[in-house]
Write a protein of this length. Structure first.
Length: 140
């Protein structure tokens, strides 16, 4: 199962690099609205994936790993909005987001390595904050 995940991840990373999404200049130009093809790429991915997910869920599709596929639907919370703002700010400043940052790192980019370190540090911080929120305070 891990081998399949590695193959899918490597293929996805290759496709991200082939689409030049690991280039700072491409992302920078997209955010300045000079390069609309990145928006078209993201929009086409959503336009294909959303109806397929609905159809697969209605058909009670079984995933390759054995479970019935369900799409989680959660309300948008303040935490989601703040997370999106932080993500968007980081994307604008670094000129990359998680997958292209990993592709950049694999290609030897120092910027990609810094962004990847920030990603993993942010994930660890979020996990720690979630654990701290779930842990009751010690009794005095």
């Amino acid at each position: 199962m891990k081998g399949v995940a590695l193959l899918v991840g490597a293929t996805f990373g290759f496709l991200v690099a082939a689409a030049r999404l690991d280039s700072y200049q491409v992302i920078h130009d997209m955010l300045l609205l000079r390069e609309p093809d990145v928006f078209l790429l993201m929009g086409s991915a959503v336009a294909v994936a959303a109806p397929l997910l609905v159809l697969m869920e209605r058909a009670r599709w079984r995933t390759p790993f054995g479970g019935v596929m369900t799409v989680q639907r959660n309300p948008v919370t303040r935490r989601n909005v703040l997370g999106a703002a932080v993500f968007g700010t980081g994307w604008a400043v670094a000129g990359t987001c998680p997958v292209p940052a990993l592709a950049m790192t694999a290609g030897g980019s120092v910027l990609g390595a810094f962004v990847a370190a920030g990603l993993f540090g942010g994930i660890a911080l979020r996990d720690r904050m979630d654990r701290d929120a779930e842990t009751p305070p010690p009794a005095c």
